[in-house]
Each structure stands twice: as structure tokens, then as C-alpha cells.
Design a protein around this ligand. Sequence first.
Ligand code: HEM
Length: 478
Amino acid sequence: MMNSKIYLPIRQFVTRAANEVKEKAIPGPKYYPFLGPINDILTMGKAEKLHLTIDEYHRKYGPVFKTKLGSTDAVFISSPTFIRSIFNHEGKFPKHSMPPSWLYFNKKHSINRGLLFMDGEEWYEHRKIMNSILMKDSQWTETIIRVTCDNFIKKIKRSFNTESDEVIDNLEDELYLWSTYSILNLMLGSSTHEQSDREFDENVWKFVTSAKQIWTTSAKLLTIPPAIADKLHLKVWKDFEKTVHESISLSRKMISAFNDKNVFNCSKDGLFMKLKSHNLSDEMMTQILSDLIFAAGDTTVSTMSWCLHKIAKHNEIQSMMRKSIYESDFDYETPLVRAFLKEVLRLYPVAPFIGRILDTEATLGAYKIPKGWFALTSQYSAGHDPQNFVNPEKFSPKRWLRDEKTEKLHDFNASLPFAMGVRSCVGKKIATYQIHTLITKILQEFNLTSFNKDEVEYTLKLIGLPNKKILIGFKARQ
Ligand code: HEM
């Protein structure tokens, strides 16, 4: 046997040499330094089709490719193993990136925001509190969520002709109201169904109307630096500023109603009082809670819209899910309903890219990604890749069921719609329970029919959304 004093240095030398030989330059589209930000427009194309451009680059350059986003070095990553590795390099205080228009707005108006915008120790301390309320013990949320879903069903029955297959024209508004009331009722607690206030309801409606426009106006600003749009007094910046001001001021009004005993009496078991028991200042409570309303809104509305569209389009899946619900004695979360939501989020992720600024250098196969680079995990590409999912374009919820042999799932990291690690979605449990429950209740009460003649496609307005109105007839079941 070789003496270890000789063997170890030889092995270290060989390993180093092998790594040096193996390490490759990261491929990617050409970057012309003299063009500066115009590179972004040339390489990234239309903002609403960015997921398709990135997907094409993955096909051309493989699972890791580099580019520049503005002046920042960035890599896009689509392989599930490498995606996992990125989340392992996020450090104790993971840093993600928020749209420049939002950051510029907050700075210009000196507005402090909630969890999504916090970093470092400040984020860590408040995230710990929110984890204890929303993640570790989320059972308290279930009855309140069920009451809010019941209200949605009653409203549909009351306001629309469910005797026939009449299309619900403003389904998106109804879903926005459902999703906003879901989080507001959770703040209020179990006494929610005993309390109401007209002015508050008016503010909720105004908030929904204004928040709906935020993504459209933010998306228009993706290709223009916000400071320039502001200096030039462009309409696109003025619209964005007006909408965000309105929505923030309305969400703050709603939170202050919870703090006013003359309006509401928040129950001890609600999010508002639970958060208050951690001795946060009124201002910090407002920051965190009003941003929670934003984070909860569009994400659940977009996902629920896709869910209803898919239920209405796929009659066989609709019947199978209904059967699973009846056979489970009205479980709100049958394995098939859970699988259905996973499949919807695989094909139509709300966040097609989830970014982390690397806390340490990351080795991804033959590539070394330097510390401080911006790593974006390409959720859309990973979810649509035939290497990860057999027949990826087929909508097949059953692929997520453990005993299903066909269309086997290869790697669960290939679809991470809520991200992973310590900065993943803090509302994941609430969102999934909310969506499972509403699907279950709708299937019990209605037969759904789709009236969309043309294909509904996935489009980007900062988040992934259907590119046209979802048209569905709700017919009451006998
Ligand atoms: C289908 C619905 C939802 C999806 C797909 C979703 C997805 C995500 C993703 C991917 C992130 C991580 C972003 C990043 O790391 O850069 C995130 C963060 C977050 N989500 Fe959700 N979300 C959903 C619903 C909700 C709901 C209902 C709430 C509130 C109850 C919520 C509150 C938040 C908050 C506060 C953060 C920031 C967490 C932090 O920075 O520590 N989300 N969400």
C-alpha cells in the first residue's frame, strides 16, 4: 500500500489538475460592452415572452448559461440538481432581487416595506416570527379559509345564473375578492363571519381594482430604467406611481381598521393579534401585513384561474377529481386534488424565474459561478423539460401520484413553484389549502364548462398569467 504522506499530495494534485481541466467557461449569448443596456433588449426580446427566450437559450447552451442583466452578471439554471445547489448557496440571509421600478418607487417616496423587500438581520427576525405563525402551526387558518371559500360559492350562486351555462364575465374580479378576503379574514381571526363594515368593504373593492393594474404597469417598465422614465415624465411611470400609491394607501387603511376597536374586534386567534403579541411597532405591523395582502393576491388569483380553466377544459379530469372527493367523504385535500395543483403550477408557475444572489461560489458540474453573481432558476424551463417530465406538454395530474407507473416524475426539484429553502414562500401552506378547498367546494357545487375557443397561453407580466380572459360557465349540480 502507498505511504499516505506521498499518496495524499499526489491525490490533491490529480484532483486539482482534473478540476482545472474539467472547469469550463460558462456559455451564453454574445454581449457587446459598447451597447450597454441595449444588450438586454437584444438578448432578452419581448418581456411577455421572456420565459420562451430563456427556454430557447437553455436548449442552445444547456442547463447553465450566463448573461448580463443591466450591469449585473447573471446565470440561468434549469437542471433540478443545479437548482437545488443554488438554494444551498443562498446563505443565512438569502437575497433575492425585486423589480427595479418597485425599488426605485420605495426609495423615491421613502417607503419601508414588508418581508419581500427586507434583507439581512431585519428580514431574518421578522421571517422567524412569520414562520411560527404561518408555517409551523397553520391549522388555525383552516376554518377561516373554509368560511371564505363558502362565501365565494354563495356569491356565485347569488349573483349569476347558475341554472344555465352562462359565462361569468368578471370571474377575475370575483377571484381577486376571494383571495383578498382570504388574507384579510385570516388577519381578523375566527370572529370574521360575525363582523362587517361597509367602508372597509368599499376599500377592499377599490384595492382590488387598483392592485389588478399593478402588474400591467410594472411589466411595461421592465425595459425602461425607472429613473429615466420618471425624469422624462413618461406616462408609463406616472401610471405605475399612481397605482402603487393607491394600492399601498388602501392596504394601509385596511390594516388600520384592524387596529381600531370601533371598526373591528380582532380575535386572539387571528394573524393580526398573533403578530401583535410579538411586540412589533404599529408601523412594522402595517408594513408586514399590507405587503402580505400584495403577496397573497395575484399569486393565488393567477393559479386559481389556471386551475378553473383546466378543470373546465378537461372533463375527464373534472369527473375524476369529483369522484375522488366523494369517495374520500369530502376531504378538502384528496391526493388527486393536490396532484392537480402541482401539475398546474408545473406548467404555469407564477414565478417563472426565482433568483438568488450567491453568498458563496457555486460549482455546477463543470462550471464555477462566482460569489455575488445573480443566479436565476428557470422554473418554467425545468417544468417543461422532457428530461424531467415524460411528455411534458401533456396535462396529466396523475404523474404526481406515487402509485402511478406511467409518465413517471423524475425529479421533484424540477418544479418548485414556491421556491425552496429559508426564503421560500411563507404563505405556501395557506395558498395550497385555500386553492385545494375552493376547487373541492366548486366541484361539489358546479359543473364547469370552458367557453374559451382559442388557446389560452402563458404570458409574463412580471408574474405568469393567462394571456386572455378565462371564460367559464358554472352550472349548479342537482
Ligand atoms: C399559488 C400561490 C403562491 C405562489 C405560487 C407563491 C410563490 C412564491 C415564491 C416563489 C416566493 C419566493 C420568492 C423568492 O424567493 O424570490 C414567494 C415569497 C413570498 N410569498 Fe408567496 N406564493 C403564493 C401565495 C402566497 C400567499 C397566499 C402569501 C401570504 C399569505 C404569500 C406570501 C409570500 C411572502 C410574504 C413572500 C416573501 C417571503 C420572504 O421574502 O421571506 N405567498 N411566494
